[in-house]
Design a protein around this ligand. Structure first.
Ligand SMILES: Cc1ncc(C[n+]2csc(CCOP(=O)(O)OP(=O)(O)O)c2C)c(N)n1
Ligand SMILES: [Mg+2]
Length: 645
């Protein structure tokens, strides 16, 4: 009966055919008439809405559409502004692929593994600010994408993900092929919106809700799904443009709080600005600079995805070294701290901002406010608009005496930051500077010297310190850091970033361990002609986990015996240039600093010619208790073999 109702509602069955079907199914003529009248009221409501919409010129953005579920899906994606679909083959999406043939504006990029594929989509979203969708085959494909959905959730990336349910609506619940109960709930804790559409005609609305949830600040991933047979049905439905359902949450802060914040800032002895990713997302770095300059206020950042303030600016005092502001060398005792756009990742029991100083907290992510810090001065706002208001309020209060005070403070900060810059440059004085294999700091320094003034650095280089780049969100070098920390994102992210920004140099710095979690995006670079330079810091090890294990069990048996089961990736050594070649990307292994410069030259030539290139740079293992040839567990099946087969 359910099928009859669906066919009647989507106009593939006449009234007479519907009643005949019902009586055949065993209903009496009266019961069949009663079902007809209740179903007809739904049908009238469905068709009345389109009629009203057509009458209204203002509603031109609402389009009536009838086609397969797959075509409805494609139509709604186009209406959402999607240009690229990142997918991995899913046979039950056949009608969607069919719909793409005559919709060339929707371009499908096949990614051979869902993890790097989702990273590529996320990289594209982050670098372009444009919507996209990632799709995979049912739960089997979704499982591979979960790591990147997790990253998107941590990084607040508006990534929309879809996979159908292989359990079709008429056989679900029987533990069928690729079926898992409550598939969509697997990702619920790491998405802003998770939904299973219950009818084919609900596909576009479900897609719209996913885009609305993902793209309403604070951003985050959304996951949608439906029974795969819905893709084959032919519902009649509405397709609606994105701007018609965007709540346009670009909000200004509470004016009373702005006034209080301005007063605290101008009266502060030593204010401190912490910048966060919402600044980059709102393209508000110039405003953050303006506020800092008005007040002669030093600026810092704790762990984030982007570099949100020009690192060459004299008010920039460097990133907080050890997670909490207590570890900050300068200023030692700020009395007013203002956060603009950082949601804070607390990695120790102590709050990042200590209790004591006044705390002004400006961000759109109200959900992350008031959890660890007190809401002394909460400025819930789009940080671009919030900074506008705060700059205006501070401007009103600035007397000549206060301006003088700010100028003196700016001079003090400048002295500190110039000195800190000199100290940072001492990295090149390391006694191991010219050694082969290279020390990681030398490699980073060489890349920084080589990179274009507006290069984009995608960094997933494990335990490597970032220095020497002088990132500058105001048109200089940009950083995409692996904040989410599910490894295997770097190469995919770099591919997506290059797709979004073809006219900027993109360099991917990646640890060997991280690289091997997700190299398949190299194939996308080769196929799409994405000239990214990938540099692998190949220390044949998990250096970070090595050091962290020792700090957890400092004098234990592992240290005494040198038996670390978890950290050595050599024996045999992996050759990343060979792996790249297999994906159609040229590259080479680099042993020494001298070779590196020449190799970087070849990398540049390849990218100028439109081709990606990979450098597998041999990097020294640093840190305590590394043997030259580390021990590996003596599991050798050769000894167990009795037959030479
Ligand atoms: C998907 C995933 N698996 C495991 C980890 C745990 N983990 C953190 S760092 C790391 C090793 C990274 O190695 P590499 O990229 O070579 O950097 P290195 O530590 O050598 O600098 C691992 C396995 C993780 N973060 N993500
Ligand atoms: Mg490594």
């Amino acid at each position: 009966m359910r099928e009859l109702v669906a066919r009647y509602l989507n106009h593939s069955l006449s009234r007479r055919g519907f009643v005949r079907g019902l009586t055949k199914a065993g209903l009496t003529a009266t019961a069949a008439q009663s079902v007809l009248s209740s179903v007809s009221s739904v049908s009238v409501a469905q068709t009345a809405a389109p009629a009203a919409a057509a009458a209204s010129a203002a509603n031109a953005a609402v389009k009536q559409f009838q086609g397969t579920g797959g075509a409805c899906f494609a139509e709604q994606l186009i209406a959402c502004g999607v240009k690229y679909v990142f997918g991995n083959s899913a046979s039950e999406d056949a009608q969607f692929y069919e719909a793409l043939v005559d919709r060339p504006q929707l371009k499908y990029i096949l990614t051979p593994h869902e993890g790097p594929g989702a990273a590529m989509a996320a990289g594209y979203v982050k670098a372009s600010g444009e919507p996209t969708i990632v799709m995979q085959a049912a739960v089997v494909g979704m499982a591979n994408a979960i790591g990147q959905i997790f990253n998107a959730s941590k990084e607040q990336t508006p990534l929309v993900v879809y996979s159908y349910r292989t359990d079709q609506s008429r056989r679900a619940g029987r533990d069928g092929f690729e079926e898992v109960a409550n598939q969509e709930q697997i990702v619920q804790p790491i998405t802003k919106y998770t939904w299973l559409a219950r009818r084919p005609d609900m596909i576009p609305e479900t897609v719209r809700r996913a885009f609305k949830a993902a793209w309403t600040p604070p951003h985050g991933p959304a996951y949608i799904s439906w029974h795969s047979d819905y893709n084959d049905e032919r519902p009649r439905t509405e397709i609606i443009a994105q701007d018609q359902f965007d709540p346009r949450m670009r909000v200004r802060p509470n004016p009373d709080e702005v006034e209080r914040a301005a007063r605290l800032l101008v009266e502060a002895k030593m204010p401190l600005l912490i910048v966060g990713d919402e600044i980059t997302k709102a393209k508000a770095a110039a405003k953050a600079v303006r506020l800092a300059e008005m007040l002669g206020m030093p600026v810092t950042q704790v762990r984030q995805l982007y570099a949100n303030f020009p690192e060459t600016h004299p008010l920039w005092v460097g990133t907080v070294p050890a997670g909490t502001l207590r570890s900050q060398l300068y200023p030692k005792n700020p009395d007013v701290i203002i956060n603009v756009g950082n949601k804070f990742q607390h990695n120790s029991p102590a709050p990042i901002v200590p209790r004591g100083p006044h705390f002004i907290d400006m961000r759109i992510d109200a959900g992350s406010m008031g959890n660890v810090f007190l809401t002394e001065v909460p400025l819930v706002a789009d940080v671009g608009l919030g900074l506008d208001d705060l700059i205006a309020a501070v401007g009103q209060l600035m007397t000549p005496a206060l301006k003088q005070k700010a100028a003196e403070r700016a001079e003090e900060v400048r002295k500190y930051s110039e000195n800190a810059k000199k100290l940072r440059a001492l990295v090149a004085n390391s006694p191991d500077w010219d050694q082969s294999p290279l020390i990681a700091d030398r490699l980073t320094w060489e890349i920084a010297k080589f990179a274009d003034p507006d290069a984009i650095i995608v960094n997933e280089a494990g335990s490597v310190a970032m220095h020497s780049f002088d990132f500058n969100p105001l048109g200089g070098r940009e950083l995409f850091y692996y904040y989410g920390a599910h490894l295997g994102s770097g190469v995919g992210t770099a591919a997506g970033v290059k797709l979004a920004r073809p006219n900027q140099q993109v360099i991917c710095m990646v640890g060997d361990g991280s690289f091997i979690f997700g190299p398949t995006a190299l194939w996308n670079m080769a196929r799409l002609q994405l000239p990214v330079i990938t540099v692998v810091y190949n220390n044949h090890a998990y250096s970070g986990p090595h050091s962290r294990v020792i700090s957890n069990v400092p004098g234990g048996r592992m240290v005494q015996t040198g038996q670390f089961v978890h950290d050595y990736l050599g024996d045999p050594d992996m050759n990343m240039a060979d792996i790249a070649r297999g994906f159609g990307v040229a590259g080479e292994v680099v042993q020494s600093p001298a070779q590196l410069r020449e190799a970087l030259g070849r990398a540049r030539q390849h990218t100028v010619d439109g081709k990606p290139y990979l450098l597998d740079v041999q990097v020294a293992r640093k840190g305590v208790h590394w043997a030259d040839k580390p021990w590996t567990p003596p599991i050798r099946v050769a000894e167990m073999r009795q037959k030479k087969v």
